[in-house]
Design a protein. Sequence first.
Length: 232
Amino acid sequence: MEQKQLDLVMVPLGLLLLAIYHSWLFFTILKDPRRTVIGLNTQVRQRWVRAMLSDSLKNGVLAVQTLRNSIMASTVLATTAITITSLISVYVSATTTSSTSSLVYGNKSSVVHSVKYFAISLCFVLAFLCNVQSIRYYTHVSFLVSQPMAAEGAISPEYVARSLNRGSFFWSLGLRAFYVSFTLFLWIFGPIPMLASSVVMCCLLFFLDTTTEITRRHHVASTVEHEAKEEV
C-alpha cells in the first residue's frame, strides 16, 4: 500500500474505534449507569445536592466553594482550548508548505496538511464550547443551591441535581475533545501513530470509565446507608 493511501484507511479506522467506544459508553450509561464512573458520579452528585439543600444556611458556603472550584477547572480548560486554537490558526496562516520531514510516513500533500490542523482546531473549539456550557450550568446551580428548601416556592433537589449533572456532562465532553485532539495531533506524524494512539486511547478510557465490582458494592452499601439515615 502506498503512503498516500494509508491516510485513507488508518485515519478513518482510528476515528471509527473512538466512535464505537464512545457509543458503547453512552448506551452503558443509559442502561447500566453503575457500571461506569460517569453513572456513579451522577448518583453521587444527586445525593450531594440533597445533603447541601437539607440545611442550606449551614452548607451554603461549602456548596458555593465546591461549585467555584468546578467553574475554575472549566475556565482553565476553556482558556487552554481557545488559546491552542488561536496558536494553530496563526501557525497555519504563516505556513505555506507542508512538512517534508522524514518522520512523517503518509500523505504529505498540502491539502492533507491543512485538514490535519483543521481537525485539531475543531476539537479544541468543541472543547471550548462544552466548557463554556459547563460554566453556565455550574453558575446557575450556585444560585439554586443557596436557596432554602423550606422557603415557599423553593426549587426541588431533583431540578438542582439535574442542572449540576448537565454541567458535569458538558465538562466530560470537553475533556473527551481534548483526548481526541491528542490522537489527531499524532496524525501530524503520520496515520500509523494516529491509529496506534486511538487503540491505546480506547484501552485507557475503558480502564478509566468503568467501575469494578468492589466499587459498585461499596456504592450500593453507602447508598442504602444514606437512605436509611434519611428515613430516620
